[in-house]
Design a protein around this ligand. Sequence first.
Ligand code: XIL
Length: 359
Amino acid sequence: MPFGLGGLASLLTLGIAVTGCGSDSTQSTSPPSQPSQPTVDTVSLRTLANGKGRLIGSAVDRGFGYSGSDGVTFKTTLAREFNMLTPENDMKHERIHPGRDVYRFEPADSLVTFADANGMKVRGHTLIWHQQLAAWLTSGSWTTDETMALLVDHVTKVVSHYRGRVIEWDVVNEALGDNGSLRPSFWFDRIGRDYVELAFRTARAADSTVALFYNDYNIEGISPKSDSLYALVRDFQARGVPISGIGLESHFQLGAVPSTLGANIARFAALGLKVHITELDVRMTTPATAAQLQTQAQNYRDVVATCLQYPACDVVVMWGFTDKESWVPSAFPGWGAALILDATYQAKPAYTALHDLLK
Ligand code: XIL
C-alpha cells in the first residue's frame, strides 16, 4: 500500500489532528437530529482506495481555524474517508498573494498540516488561472516583461513554499476555451501563448520532483477542446517542456458523463501522462428525487470505474464531500445535491455505489 495510513491508523490519529486544528463548535451546537457520527460504512472509502493503491480526495474550502469548514464532524469525516485533499480556494492567487509583496500562506498551511497529521496527500490548486486573481494584479498596468516577472515570482514563491508537502500542482488552470484556443485572460493578453509554458518551466525550476498538471473542464471526453489539449501536450513533450499529467475536473450534470471518458483517459495515458479526476461532482436540479439520486450513484460509479481501468488514473478528488458545503448551489442556482454525503453527513446512494465499487 503506497499511500497514507489504513482506516484504523487514521482513526487513531484523528483525536490529535482534530484537537490541533482551530476552533470547533459544529458538534456541540448541532441539533439533536444531526448525528455526531455519519452513518457510513465502518470500512471507509479511504481504506478501500488504499488497498487498490489509489488516492481518493476532497476539496476543502477555508483553512481550518479561519472560518467555514472546521466542525468536528466535517474533519473526522474528511480524515476517515479520504487520503488526499485539495484546498478549494486557499492556494488561489487572491488568497495566497494578496499584495504585490505580501504572501499569506497560513490558511492553506493549516490544511496541509491537517493532511500531514492524518496521512493525507495534498493536490496544489492552482498557480496560474484567469479567475480569483488579486486586485493589485488585475488593476495594475504591466508590460509583457513585468507580467512575466510577476508570473515567475508567484509560481516560484508558492511552489517553493510547499516543496515536499504538495505532491502535484495544477500549474495552469482552464487556459483553453471550448473551441480549443487559448482563452483571452490577464496572462494571455499580456504575455501571449508562451505564458503556459513559462508557468510549467518555472514550477519545475522551483521543485524538481513535484508532479505538474494542466487542469480544465470539458476535457473529460473527446472533444475539440480535449483534442486541442492533446496537441498542446504533444508539443510540450516534443520540446521538453515539463508536464506530468492532466486534470479532468469532472463537474458533471446528472446523466451527462461523456461516453468517451475512457477513450480520452487512454489516449493521454498513452503519452505517459497521469490522468487524474480532480474536481468530481454530479449536480442535479433540487430538491433531489430518489430517482435522481440513483442516477447520480450510477454516474459516480461510472466515472470511478472507468478511471480504475487505467493505472494512470490513480487519483480521484471530489469537489467537496457533503452537500452542506458545495460550490454548486451558488455557482448554478437551482442545482445542488452534487456530492456523496447529504447535508447531515448521511451516506447517499452515490457513497454506497463507490463503496461497493472499491470493495
Ligand atoms: C470554485 C470554488 O469551489 C468556489 O468556492 C469559488 O467561489 C470559485 O471557484 N474550477 C476550478 C475550481 O478549477 O477552482 C473552481 O472552484 C470550480 C471550477
